[in-house]
Design a protein around this ligand. Structure first.
Ligand code: KIV
Length: 277
């Protein structure tokens, strides 16, 4: 049985912080689950770290379905949340509910995440009524990059801070089971976390959130295009990959790979036939 949404609320009530990590494929999801991460996000950050786009904006529902299925196949216990991509939930709420339903039904996800606050109240309510658990995402919302004009800390003025709190309360009232706070000053994240009964999950939002989320490729040092201040590297795997692939390439060029032990033999008589034919 996978971790259910009520368990995250219970963790908050017990004061138990929980880790959340992104994963985009079978192998990485399996490794993440093996160390007990209870919530895996198939983030649309895959647009940058897997597909090489400049932002998350070009990512499609088909992209999310493809990667979500792989993550679901690699896991048994973790709750799998999947991002709804840009423009899959903005136009009309019936379309938003249908697209969320596809990610649950065809992708095998346990919940969906969408970026925005009060403006999405109706869509969130209808998804929850349809039995689709929803995670909110406020603060820096990367799908609104063109509107926001860059990856900047949000909620720094009294008006902006009050607006973010209203967004959080509206999402909770609409039935969201958790809210990601991205690039929000730590004191504001603390205030929002204390006002909500549902958990907050921070990224660049300080230490007071109920959970923390990071991007798989960032914490492992696999993605080197940019290094946000709020990210901590737990490994430098890009160096390890370059070193290992470099040795492999050199071994092939120098004839050290493969050896006889890494090859398949056949009986001498058959080998002779093969040589003659
Ligand atoms: O797409 C993503 O990975 C995300 C997290 C960084 C919160 O939305």
């Amino acid at each position: 049985m996978r971790t259910a949404i009520h368990q995250f609320k219970e963790m908050k009530a017990r004061g138990e912080r929980f880790p959340v990590l992104t994963a985009y494929d079978y192998t990485s999801a399996k490794l993440v689950e093996q160390v007990g991460v209870p919530l895996i996000l198939v983030g649309d950050s895959l647009g940058q770290v897997v597909l090489g786009y400049e932002s998350t904006i070009p990512v499609t529902t088909e992209d999310m379905l493809h990667h979500c299925r792989a993550v679901v196949r690699g896991t048994k216990k973790a709750h799998i949340a999947v991002d709804m991509p840009f423009m899959s939930y903005h136009a009309e709420w019936p379309e938003a509910v249908r697209n969320a339903g596809r990610l649950i039904k065809e992708g095998g996800a346990n919940s969906v995440k969408l970026e925005g606050g009060r403006d999405l109240e109706r869509a969130v309510r209808r998804m929850v009524l349809a039995g689709i658990p929803v995670m909110g995402h406020i603060g820096l919302t990367p799908q609104s990059l063109n509107q926001l004009g860059g990856y900047r800390v949000q909620g720094r003025t009294p008006e902006a801070a009050a607006s973010l709190l209203q967004d959080a309360l509206a999402l909770e009232a609409a039935g969201a089971y958790a809210i990601v706070l991205e690039l929000v000053p730590a004191p504001l994240a603390k205030a929002i976390t204390e006002r909500l009964s549902i958990p907050t999950i921070g990224i660049g939002a300080g230490p007071h959130c109920d959970g923390q989320v990071q991007v798989f490729h960032d914490i492992l040092g696999l993605f080197e295009d940019f290094v946000p201040k709020h990210m901590r590297r737990y490994a430098t795997l890009a160096d390890g990959v370059r070193e290992a692939v470099g040795r492999y390439a050199a071994d092939v060029k120098e004839g050290r790979f493969p050896t006889a032990a890494e090859s398949y033999d056949m009986e001498e008589a058959l080998a002779e036939i093969a040589r003659r034919s």
